[in-house]
Design a protein around this ligand. Structure first.
Ligand code: HAM
Length: 420
């Protein structure tokens, strides 16, 4: 224990559990890499205004949860609370959209920061893997992204997740719906803050978790009834493409996301074993975001899946990922001379791509074998003075217990053959 602890709402990833996080990131990104998405990495902080304009001035993320600060040079910055605004900013800045190859398809993986009330599944520092397809209005792109996320979760062995799907309309039909909803909300018995929210962002009231509010919302105008013909046709095609791909989803007319940039297709991946923080991932179309941050019109769609919650979902379903052993060979020297010789062997094996570790600190045989066992290595190499005099090391198969001498210069070839 030191004087310090990880800050509130954060936690450390440590071995062996950290291997699961790496495997989850890998599993989520694999289908993206396989589908034309290129890797993008942006800074951990951006101008605060990017998020204020992009994510929305009235969202919880911007009003309550941003780690915003002013630098010594007077720049107003914020730790990134999400990835979409940054990725679009980076694509615009590099003129990727002008290279004549739309959509620009990008994926990313990183840390995000929100000053939230911490609880299981809700942290102040968390990880996402995300994907953005920028600059094309094509229902196949929306479907592609949902299919790839579904594929990623299935490849991890997850089964108890559901996909909620909705359309939030576009700049033609959404304002009409918004006005109708506002009109309805004004007639309800709501507290002052909720009434204020109804004026600024009425759709967010639909997401209110309180039972008394939900009760009053029965009979509220529903978005699907207000979609214009173009949005209805677009949504129909997204749904047909998902059906054709065999991806099961639920229509959820009340699905509202916590970020303001969405238009048309919106979706959330929820897991039923996670309690109140059930959204493992989410996304949708954001056709107006580019213009909101000063760019040209670039209709786009994307998602982000939460790595932390995906790991919790695996735990909830009792899925143990098959993680490759980190160490294949563990070398145990007995004495000074053996230490030098075996250390050379270890370097040789590592260069040949065999994951090898070494007993450090001059441990005796018993202590060293304990470490070898813990490392999960399949083979150990043990050498003492007598072995060296004979030009051999003792090779032990930790699974079968078989043991025998191998000539020093045949160690690499022997292990290569045994490890396949
Ligand atoms: P989001 O729904 O805010 O969307 O976050 C996506 C996922 O990140 C959530 O479903 C959840 O798994 C995880 N997440 C969010 N906040 C926390 C937290 N405090 N602790 C743990 N996990 C968390 C976005 O961020 C959008 N940028 C997604 C997107 C991409 N839309 C279009 N493109």
């Amino acid at each position: 224990m030191s004087t310090f602890q990880a800050p509130k709402g954060t936690y450390d990833l440590l071995p062996p559990n950290s291997a699961t996080y790496l495997a989850v990131r890998e599993a989520i990104s694999a289908p993206l890499k396989n589908s034309g998405y290129g890797y993008v990495e942006t800074p951990g902080f951006e101008a605060v205004e990017l998020f204020a304009r992009g994510v929305g001035e009235s969202t919880d993320i911007v009003t309550k949860e941003m780690y915003a600060f002013e630098t010594k040079g007077g720049d107003k910055l914020a730790l990134r609370p999400e990835g979409t605004a940054s990725v679009l900013r980076a694509a615009l800045e590099a003129n990727l959209h002008k290279a004549g190859n739309l959509p620009v398809k990008l994926w990313y993986s990183g840390s995000y920061y929100r000053y939230e009330r911490p609880q299981k599944g809700r942290y102040r520092h968390f990880s996402q893997v995300g994907a953005e397809a920028i600059g094309a209005e094509d229902p196949a792109l929306d479907a592609e992204l949902i299919i790839l996320a579904d594929q990623a979760y299935r490849s991890l062995g997850l089964r108890n997740f559901r996909i909620l799907l909705n359309s939030l309309g576009d700049k033609e039909c959404r304002p009409v719906y918004r006005a109708a909803l506002q009109e309805f909300l004004r007639g309800l018995d709501l507290d002052e803050e909720t009434l204020r929210r109804a004026e600024i962002n009425p759709l967010r009231v639909l997401d209110d978790k309180r039972a008394d509010v939900q009760k009053q919302l029965t009979g509220a105008p529903s978005m699907p009834d207000y979609l214009c013909d173009a949005c209805t046709a677009y949504h129909k095609e997204v749904r047909e493409l998902l059906d054709a791909a065999g991806v099961v989803y639920e229509d959820d007319a009340k699905l509202v996301r916590g970020l303001d940039y969405y238009t048309r297709t919106t979706f959330e991946f929820v897991h039923d074993g996670l309690g109140s923080q059930s959204a493992v991932g989410g996304g949708g179309r954001y056709d107006g975001l580019s213009e909101m941050i000063g760019g040209p019109s670039l209709p786009s769609v994307g998602w982000a899946l939460g790595v932390d919650r995906t790991v919790l979902a695996l735990e909830a379903e009792g899925v143990d990922l098959e993680l490759p052993a980190t160490t294949s060979v563990f070398a145990v020297p007995l004495g000074e001379e053996a230490r030098r010789v075996l250390f050379g062997k270890v370097t040789e094996l590592r260069k040949a791509g065999i994951a090898t570790d070494f007993s450090y600190g001059g441990k005796g045989l018993k202590g060293a074998m304990k470490n070898a066992n813990r490392s999960g290595a399949r083979f150990t190499l043990v050498a003492g003075e007598r072995d060296l005099a004979d030009g051999v090391v003792q090779l032990k198969d930790m699974e079968s217990g078989e043991q025998g001498p191998v000539a020093l210069d045949a160690v690499l070839e022997t292990l290569k053959a045994k490890l396949g």
